[in-house]
Design a protein around this ligand. Sequence first.
Ligand code: ATP
Ligand code: SF4
Length: 318
Amino acid sequence: MEVLIVNDLWVKYYTMSGVVEAVSGVSFRLREKEMLAIVGESGSGKSTLGFSILNMVPKPGKIVNGQILLEGTDILKLHPHEIRKIRGSKISMIFQDPFTTLDPLRKIVDQFGEFLVEHGVEKSKVNTIVREYLEAVGLPERIMYSYPHQLSGGQKQRVSIAMAIALNPRVVVADEPTTALDVVVQKQIMDLIDAIKEKYGTSIILITHDLALALERANSVMVMYGGYIMEYADKTELYDNMKHPYTKALFEALPRVMCKTLPKSLPGNPPDLRRPPPGCIFHPRCEFATEKCRIEKPRLREVSKNHLVACHYAGEIL
Ligand code: ATP
Ligand code: SF4
């Protein structure tokens, strides 16, 4: 069953130096218990898309078009107080830096408790719930009475995950949840997110710049560049039949263990989204670009079942 449907979403930032076209015409569907990874380089619009899903794009950003249907309700049409109720309870977010969620000056139990009470939990039940969810993310009870600065990065991220799941949301958006952590802790946190998905039936949107992590963990992968979807498919289909030159370039740039060839870095820089190039947005960096690519924007089209690619030559060049 689909829990979230995003239709033709457009998001722009109205800055002093121009209008940034951060998300352009993005559509996707998220099933129950699915982990969808949104992958791309810095500036490709991943975080903006993540914030949009909770209708909390920071100023000067604005959602200019689209529908975000959470279990059938368009959250873009809700009143601000209704959205505040839904955030945390039906849809929540985990950030790269847990300090974004945690107040350094207050004990975990106080801030976690306040969050629960704000969402309608009775005060008498708060301590039990905090204890239960800290245990669910593998933290001992004593953490309740600690301040964030007394915890390691991994422990802080576990606390934010506990808060993100405590009201049993249908969807959790995890924005680079392991980037700030060391490799061993990264694996533990990703294992925890996997376990939560299974135990609570949560759907996860994993935002990451790391295609390897996406291919390892997600059920489906959406590759973004310059605010557009470049390629979108189930993980196995994407891995076996990569069809977009940008996906291929991301893949070839991955470090490889036990491999004699060096990773190939993608030349050039992501586009300035205040002045995106005409035609295919990837054309200035694409080794296959033709005159047509410089003029005509490729449509995102289905090249095989549930495999979408935005390239004029999908299926011909790779
Ligand atoms: P990163 O991994 O670096 O966070 P990203 O893929 O998540 O990158 P976004 O942060 O969504 O991409 O940025 C998309 C575009 O929107 C970029 O061009 C960025 O400069 C611009 N942008 C993001 N936030 C703002 C803001 N608050 N004001 C103006 N422009 C912004
Ligand atoms: Fe490259 Fe052209 Fe395909 Fe764009 S449309 S990815 S420029 S070949």
